[in-house]
Design a protein around this ligand. Structure first.
Ligand code: HEC
Ligand code: HEC
Ligand code: HEC
Ligand code: HEC
Ligand code: HEC
Length: 411
């Protein structure tokens, strides 16, 4: 059943004002929620014993590999895994998981509060969590396990698949060839949890039940649990790793989003008035669209003259997203779309004298929040490497914006 939330014209001035948001403070504010102690009991209950232990973050040092392993078998570098698992390696390389030690992330750990050992380790818990990726120990001393090259690989294969040098993976595919008697890296242990959504929860769900306005800042797993897609047996993996692909495409990928939503634009020019409706329906997203506080999606309608120029004061905008004031821990708005629901911009405006057409457009800004963070952060930095990284991140956050769909109707 599809329910539509119709946003009446009367609410427009307020929503239009949301377009000009203040720059929110850094991601760090949101991350305080994720501290290991918060919601510990709920976390354990959700994950179950295997995953609660598997996802002790940061991940304990792997220790020495058995003496009879070749250096290749013992190597934690994803390229080493890739010599025998080329498909997963090729897919993973282009993924946001592989890029999780990104310029915007790494650049924040060089100077200031987040460069302190405790904060740095806490940030790396979800972006580069192996002990071998951490330059400092819990006591703030240089770590004897540290491997700088591995750190830059973000969510390396071993983050998900290796503990104490043992390899773990999902059950074999039904159509897989029988395994030889002896396997490299001591074989592997099969765990059903690799195919379950809760496998992804440690980094994509905060377990602080209070949250902001009753909802954690990251609430993807619980949103999924309540979705019709979950009831139909779809998991994070079935949508984000179809056919076990290691791509994890999400809101940064226009095709992924286009495949999961429907855009409907209708208009009529009656005498002096232009009426239009722009509707975005979420049919293939197994959580809120978008699930995080960081992206924004804009529905916009405006009038154009015969030369395709936008006519002054004819534009109306509706903003989809969740805005939180992290300092006050207050929710300012939450217009995200629940699975099966729609957001709608109802346009009623006087027809401009030279208007020839009316245009409806849906734009996605996946890194809206971070753009503000990087803009504010840049002037505070003195270290040249930190500045270079944050400048790169700022450019990336501007470039990731895209038009999902645009339609022009003659009047
Ligand atoms: C010398 C070759 C070799 C290297 C290096 C290697 N593997 Fe494997 N791995 C295999 C073989 C062979 C199998 C069993 C058959 C298969 O799945 O291809 C296997 C199985 C696995 C499985 C289980 C797959 C399943 O069917 O569920 C996982 C997970 C895995 N390896 C992860 C890794 C990771 C992570 C690394 C790097 C840290 C790595 N492997 C390095 C050869 C290798
Ligand atoms: C609980 C897991 C978790 C922790 C801890 C965490 N992050 Fe993230 N971070 C994520 C996830 C998931 C995303 C992607 C979704 C999003 O945009 O919020 C992300 C995205 C980001 C991004 C934007 C994408 C990019 O790489 O440029 C930045 C920057 C970032 N985090 C910085 C930090 C910093 C700094 C800290 C420590 C204060 C931190 N993160 C701690 C999970 C985490
Ligand atoms: C974020 C966690 C994560 C990372 C990082 C990751 N994997 Fe996986 N991998 C999984 C999950 C989850 C599955 C099972 C997916 C499913 O069954 O739907 C899987 C499945 C596999 C399989 C079994 C594939 C099959 O077709 O049976 C292999 C082999 C594997 N991964 C190797 C790798 C290698 C090599 C890397 C690094 C290049 C890597 N993985 C990185 C989570 C991860
Ligand atoms: C029915 C398919 C489906 C399921 C199930 C699903 N997703 Fe998604 N997910 C999508 C689509 C489509 C997008 C792109 C649109 C969007 O951003 O919501 C997306 C986007 C995302 C994003 C991008 C960030 C954002 O703000 O939207 C993350 C992270 C994510 N999913 C994680 C997960 C996790 C973790 C689970 C399991 C708890 C999950 N997804 C379950 C389809 C799904
Ligand atoms: C160890 C922590 C960790 C685990 C486990 C993890 N993720 Fe992520 N994931 C992240 C981080 C961090 C990012 C953001 C990377 C960046 O851009 O810097 C991310 C990004 C993503 C994105 C891209 C969202 C976008 O903005 O387009 C998707 C989709 C996603 N993860 C899905 C999954 C799924 C599905 C699983 C489970 C199989 C999973 N993740 C497990 C930490 C994790």
């Amino acid at each position: 059943m599809t329910r539509t939330r119709v946003l009446l014209l009367a609410t427009l001035p307020l929503l239009v004002a949301c377009g000009a948001e203040n720059d929110p403070p850094p991601h760090a504010g949101a991350m305080a929620d994720a501290s290991a102690s918060a919601g510990g009991a709920e976390r354990e209950a959700t994950l179950g014993p295997f995953l609660a232990a598997h996802w002790t973050l940061p991940i304990a040092p792997q220790g020495d590999a058995p003496a009879d392993w070749s250096p290749l078998e013992a190597d934690l570098d994803p390229a080493a895994c890739g010599t025998c698992h080329p498909k997963q390696f090729a897919e993973w390389q282009g993924s946001l998981h592989a890029g999780a030690f990104s310029p915007g992330f790494a650049g924040q750990l060089i100077e200031g509060g987040l460069s302190r050992p405790r904060a740095l380790r806490d940030c790396q818990r979800c972006h580069a969590p192996l002990a071998e990726q951490l330059p400092v120990t819990a006591q703030g001393k240089p770590s004897p396990h540290y491997d700088a090259a591995l750190r830059s690989q973000g969510l390396a294969c071993a983050v998900c698949h290796v503990r104490e040098q043992r390899r773990f993976g999902p059950p074999r595919r039904a159509d897989a060839a029988p395994l030889p008697a002896t396997l490299p890296h001591g074989g592997f242990e099969v765990r059903d949890e690799y195919q379950q959504s809760r496998f992804c929860a440690p980094c994509h769900q905060f377990f602080d039940t209070a949250g902001v306005n009753g909802k954690p800042i990251e609430n993807t797993f619980f949103e999924w649990q309540q979705s019709p897609q979950a009831a139909e047996g779809q998991s994070c993996q079935s949508c984000h790793m179809p056919g076990r692909a290691h791509l994890w495409r999400g809101i940064h990928d226009p095709e992924m989003v286009r495949g999961a939503v429907q855009v409907h634009f209708e208009s009529e020019g009656e005498g002096d008035e232009v009426r239009a409706t722009l509707r975005l329906t979420s049919h293939g997203v197994g959580h809120r669209l978008p699930t995080y506080v960081t992206p924004r999606i804009y529905l916009e309608v405006w009038q154009e003259d015969g030369a395709g120029r936008e006519l002054t004061d004819t534009q109306r905008r509706f903003t989809i997203g969740r805005k939180v004031d992290f300092r006050q821990r207050r929710e300012i708005f939450d217009t995200r779309i629940a699975p099966g629901e729609s957001a709608e911009l109802v346009y009623r405006a006087p027809r401009a004298a030279t208007a020839q057409s009316v245009v409806g457009r849906v734009t996605v800004a996946p890194d809206f929040h971070y753009r503000g963070v990087f803009e504010n952060y840049l002037p505070t930095l003195t270290d040249p490497e930190a500045r270079r990284l944050i400048e790169t991140a700022l450019h990336r956050s501007e470039r990731s914006r895209y038009v999902l769909q645009q339609e022009r109707h003659p009047l």
